[in-house]
Design a protein. Sequence first.
Length: 328
Amino acid sequence: MTTAITTTVTTMTPNIEIFAPDIEPWRNGNTGIEFVHTFDSGRPGPHAMINAITHGNEICGAIAVDRLLSMGAEKIRPVRGKLSLSFANVEAFSRFNPADPHATRFVDEDFNRVWTAETLDAARDSAELRRARELRPIIDEVDLLLDIHSMHSPHGPVMICGPLDKGIVFAQKVGTPKHIVSDVGHANGRRMRDYGDFSDPASAKNALLVECGQHWGKSAVAIAWQTVWRYLKAAGIMDPALVESHIDRAPPPAQQVIHVTDAIIARTADFKFAEGLNGLSMLSKKGDLIATDDKDEVRAPYDNCVLVMPTLIHVKPGLTVVRLGRVK
């Protein structure tokens, strides 16, 4: 039997290179919803939204949205349509502690697994559901959404666009990062980017979720900032000169679309990835070893199998530890 060992897909806490900004100055907003600001051009056009801290320990999005708001209302007011900037799971974010950085992903439950009408309309209560219900009216209103995230383990940035062609097309219009991940979401609840008309192929509404890299790496901030401005360029609502002044001059690499085919769920707590594997690793041959789960082997189901967002953080039976995809 082939032996697997713990690898670069690690449970160790990395160095904290970035720190949470003070977002308290943005509490009051101008929408009637705390920590949500909308800037209206007064001219026809789409309503685009940029959201941060869906998870309370994902700092790069908070830095990007704080930086946008700090530019001032007149600077970031769109020339057509509307722009909304929001901080989502503020309660979890307020508890972030660099000494225990994984502890504040959420307070009661994952904010990014509650986005169905049935869940939001139900009587069940949690800190995340209360906040989702507060944000729901504006999420219902926006035409375009960019939700900024980061990841537990070292991993190249990816744009998650959902399963529909319209999501892939919009991700390609944004043009960054290199890897686009097309998937159907998670079995244990619906993400905000999959909510409502975002998942309707007949609707022009569209949503993207960018994973900017490891949670607390400086590079995640740079990825978030570039993605924000390329998203605004694709939305077509901002002054082109302003947008271009913030976009790197070097063109991004050609994009690849990865279609997720499988989710690997840990059967035991003794799940270990094979040596040398990391996020976006490609296993060239069907049958190549991905991991061991106690005494069982997990092997690639097809040639050129890509590992999407592998993680061993809090690994336990029933937890999705990696998704598998094909490049198309």
